[in-house]
Design a protein around this ligand. Structure first.
Ligand SMILES: [Zn+2]
Ligand SMILES: [Zn+2]
Length: 397
């Protein structure tokens, strides 16, 4: 096993052409959540070529691979997500690796995550652990959920992909920092609870609102109550947002509708704020009912829990990065946010840590995550690969 971080980094740098080839192949052939058949085939083919044992079809299209020393010790898992997004690529450069599938694109960098995890497996195949072992989790469907409200991380964790391991580590690329910079958010994931609210009441002719419940007026009051809920119930020092994403109802100018359907999301960075907001929703329902409307509020299946980084493991990843990139490589806390990340499901099995890897393009006008002009600086991929390898080496001791 390589134990000198600079030695590991030097080996990882020689993998750049391969890392780039894997990433570009995945980028050209993006697949949405739980449809990662070709993606999983590419991963399986490379693992097979490296002589690494694996199981496919975990959590539908996921893969779990292991390299074990055969000696006692910890087992450290590394996780990459593999799915793309329903976005039509519009990168301004003429990159020959652009998505070849209309309406689908790797706009969150999961192509790079998958490539870096294959690269790390390649390093471990050549320089295996001398005690304990390393597990590679290639996870489907991070971005969305199936009809049951289940995402890939949830299904893989439920299938035992991380059961019995001592830690699960992951990287996520960031277009905010350049290559050579890493950053982190103390929270791996905000809580995400999606809701559906249905307002009902007698509709009728717009000239006679007094003979109806006038749901459009009720809608206004309900929206007001929804947007007042966080500031009136959550400590302003705690981050939370309750936001409506869509309102459906009504068809024409002279009919008062008899139903409105609202959908949206509650996001927080603490379980306490989440619990308070969940409890306070009754106020919204009561306001609608007080003015004569029917109101049902339903939290949809597939909620994400708040998950925090394990400080010691995150510290190990940061120490790895600093050993290779210098003490000043840790960027600011500009990743703090209310983003959801289904890596949080692995926290039920083991302590987790996620580091952001700077991949901002040095030139050109490239967009944020989930935009049609998202792209990454591939020179960051050997850095990510080396950080994953070296962090495992440190944790295995
Ligand atoms: Zn994403
Ligand atoms: Zn992502």
């Amino acid at each position: 096993m390589l134990t000198d971080p600079n030695d590991t980094f030097a080996h990882a740098k020689t993998l750049l052409p391969q890392l780039s080839a894997w990433r570009r192949s995945l980028h050209q052939h993006p697949e949405l959540g739980f449809e990662e058949y070709e993606t999983a085939r590419l991963v399986a083919r490379e693992l097979q070529a490296l002589g690494i044992e694996f199981s496919a079809g975990i959590g539908k299209t996921g893969i779990v691979a292991d390299i074990h020393s055969g000696k006692p010790g910890k087992v450290i898992a590394l996780r990459a997500d593999m799915d793309a997004l329903p976005i039509h690529e519009a990168t301004s450069n003429d990159a020959d690796y652009r998505s070849q599938v209309a309406g689908k694109m790797h706009a969150c960098g999961h192509d790079a995550h998958t490539a870096m995890l294959i690269g790390t497996a390649a390093l471990f195949a050549k320089y295996p652990p001398t005690q304990g072992g390393v597990r590679f989790i290639f996870q489907p469907c991070e971005e969305t959920k199936d009809a049951n409200g289940d995402s890939g991380g949830k299904l893989m964790a439920a299938a035992g992909a991380a059961t019995g391991v001592d830690a699960v580590l992951a990287l996520h690329v960031t277009p905010i920092q350049p290559a050579g910079v890493v950053s982190y958010d103390p929270a791996v994931s905000a809580s995400v609870d999606n809701f559906e609210c249905v307002l009902t009441g007698a509709g009728g002719h717009v000239s006679m609102p007094h003979r109806t419940v006038d749901l459009s007026m009720v809608l206004g009051q309900v929206l007001n109550a929804i947007y007042s809920l966080v500031p009136r119930n959550i400590d302003p020092m705690q981050a939370a947002t309750l936001t409506v994403g869509a309102v459906h109802g009504g068809d024409t100018h002279n009919v008062i509708p008899s139903e409105y359907r609202l959908v949206g999301t509650l996001r927080t960075r603490s379980s306490e704020a989440r619990d308070r907001a969940l409890q306070a929703i009754g106020q919204v329902v009561s306001i609608a009912q007080a003015i004569g409307a029917g109101c049902t509020w339903r939290w949809l299946p597939g909620a994400l829990p708040v998950a925090m980084n394990d400080e010691a493991i995150l510290g190990t990843m940061l120490a790895s990065a600093q050993a290779m990139l210098g003490a000043g490589c840790v960027g600011g806390a500009d990743e703090l946010g209310l983003g959801g990340e289904d890596f949080s499901f692995f926290a039920k099995a083991a302590p987790i840590a996620m580091l952001y890897l700077g991949t901002k393009m040095p030139h050109g006008d490239h967009g944020d995550w989930h935009t049609p002009t998202f792209d990454i600086d591939e020179t960051a991929m050997p850095i990510g690969t080396a950080i994953l390898y070296d962090s495992v080496a440190r944790l295995l001791g």
